[in-house]
Every structure is written in C-alpha cells, then in structure tokens.
Design a protein around this ligand. Structure first.
Ligand SMILES: [Ca+2]
Ligand SMILES: [Ca+2]
Length: 310
C-alpha cells in the first residue's frame, strides 16, 4: 500500500490562520501563539462538537511540508506519508430512480473506471418484492440510463443493474427504490437539523460506503462580504449529512472567532489520505462561544486586526 500523504494537515494549514513557514534550513519557525487580550481567550467548544481528532506531535509532522498548522490534528487510523499513487474515490454505481411524470421512471447509474471498454448493462425491476424482471431486450451499450415506462405506479418498485461483459453478467448494483403511488419529484429532499439553511455545500463520501454525503456550512449569521467591516453575527458551523439515509451525522461549531466570511471561510471536503473517507478541512481559530468572548479585532469586525490574520 502506497504511503498516503497527510495532505489534510497541509490544507488545514493553508486555511488556518495560525501558520508558520519553514525557513530555508528546514527549521521550524518560532511558534507564534495567538495574541489574546487580557480577559480574552478561548472557551470550551460545545459538548457535541466533533472530537475524533488529536493533536499531532512534532515528530509526526511530515518533514518537508512548506507549511504546517500550529496545532495540526491527526486521525489515529490515518496513514502518514506521501501519496505515490493518485487517490481515487471508490464510489458505488449511484443507481438512481426518478419519477418524471406520466408513469415514467428515469433510471441512471455510473460508468466506473474499473468497467472494461466493452461493458454493457442489463436493467432489472422488482415490483412489490417479487422476483426481478429484466427490462431491456438487449444489453445497453450506448448510455448508462434507461426509462422504465411500465412500472406499476400503485406498487413499490426497486431497480438495479448488472454489468455484462462478453454476455456474462456481473455483480448487481445497489437498488434504487420508489414507494407505491410515488410523487413526480425530480430531486431528493433531506430535511436539515434545526431548519438550518446552507450557504455552502461540500459533496464527498464521509463514511466510506461509496455514497456521496453532504457537508453544509450554516448561513446563520449574515455572511460577511470583504467590502464591509462588520463584526460576526453568528458562530461558524458545519453539519454533516448521510447522503444515503439523509440522517444528520455531526455538527462542528468553530465559534465566533472564525470570521463568517462569504468568500474567505471556505471548506474543502475530499479524501486526502486514501482511506475512502473524506476529510473536512476548515479554517480555525481560538474557540469563542459568544460574541463577548471574541477577540477584540473580531468585535470591531476589522479582519486585519484579529489574531488569526497576523
Ligand atoms: Ca457515504
Ligand atoms: Ca480520508
């Protein structure tokens, strides 16, 4: 297994405000602590904050990073090192069934990189849990979709495909299902916890099951634009949702000291160490639970006056 790079550290660094450059001799620069004011300082993050990471010891920091975080975090199961092979997502077929009206159901699925060039597909439907029936007369070779115009709408239906290679069928995909009397709805709806509105969405497989999940950045607190100097109006928070089940997974509260910038408080959601579970890289700062606990620069809203910008 190739050594995998702990790029998350690098990216956390790039996004973090507390970065220190290596000098040309490779020596670590003097660690700079955030400049707090008397009576100011971080308070504890909420109990529900994601805490599955620990601080990285100095000897665990890969030696030739140009930048590193002052307090990099490291998942104990992750492999440290550098990627010698391109890290690729391991996704499932993405079998999809969408009612398009007039009794028609659009079916779509992924062509995988592992599929041979002459792959073809058979499409199956199981109605009310009965034995699946093949819908196509000949294996499909041109596209990775199919329209089922004969599914009984008054019964629950499930569809799946099997790739065929040299007329031999391969493994069945996961199933896409529609309940009886399905509505005409060309999207999936996932309710958000606490009716949170998203200002930004990251898409990647968080739990490694081959299905894309979602990370949303809360829009609570008006997003700040660079043209205006204004204090934060809310803590910056991110939520994770399971794309397969729609279930809420976790919430990360970065607190009030992270500027709620529209453009400069982004996230990167991507598998960086090759374990097929996406990392979430965000900008960090000392935690402040309330507006009153913010660093002084944050209270005035002047970004260049906050410790994280120095
Ligand atoms: Ca997933
Ligand atoms: Ca990962």
């Amino acid at each position: 297994m190739a050594r995998k790079v702990m790029l998350s550290i690098l990216l956390i660094c790039i996004l973090s405000c507390s970065i220190v450059a290596q000098d040309q001799t490779g020596q670590r620069g003097q660690r700079r602590m955030p400049v707090g004011r008397e009576g100011q300082g971080p308070t504890r993050p909420p109990a529900g904050n994601e805490r599955g990471l620990r601080e990285l010891a100095a000897e665990e920091i890969p030696p030739n990073l140009n930048f590193y975080a002052m307090d990099p975090l490291y998942n104990p199961d992750a492999v440290l090192g550098w990627a010698e092979e391109r890290i690729e997502e391991k996704l499932n077929r993405g079998m999809l069934a969408i009612s398009t009206g007039e009794g028609k159901v659009y079916l779509g699925w992924r062509l995988l990189k592992s599929d041979p060039e002459d792959v073809a597909f058979n499409v199956y439907r199981s109605t009310a849990g009965r034995e699946p029936v093949k819908l196509n007369a000949q294996p499909l070779t041109k596209t990775t979709d199919f329209v089922d115009e004969e599914a009984p709408p008054d019964q629950a239906n499930a569809w799946f495909i099997r790739p065929t290679i040299n007329n031999r069928e391969g493994e069945a995909s996961e199933r896409a299902e529609l309940p009886a009397n399905w509505p005409t709805q060309q999207y999936k709806s996932i309710p958000t916890k606490d009716d949170v509105r998203a200002s930004m969405v990251g898409i990647a497989d968080l739990d490694g099951d081959g299905v894309y999940d979602f990370v949303i950045k809360h829009s609570s607190g008006r997003g700040k634009d660079p043209g205006r100097i204004s204090p934060n109006s809310g803590a910056v928070k991110y939520d994770g949702y399971n794309g397969k089940t729609g279930e809420f997974m976790w919430r990360i509260d970065l607190g009030w000291n992270v500027d709620n910038g529209v453009w400069w408080t982004p996230m990167i959601v991507r598998d960086l160490d090759g374990d097929n579970k996406a990392e979430v890289c965000v900008r960090t700062s000392d935690y402040a639970a309330t507006r009153e606990q913010m660093h002084p620069g944050g209270q005035t809203g002047f970004l260049l006056d906050v410790p994280e910008s120095r």
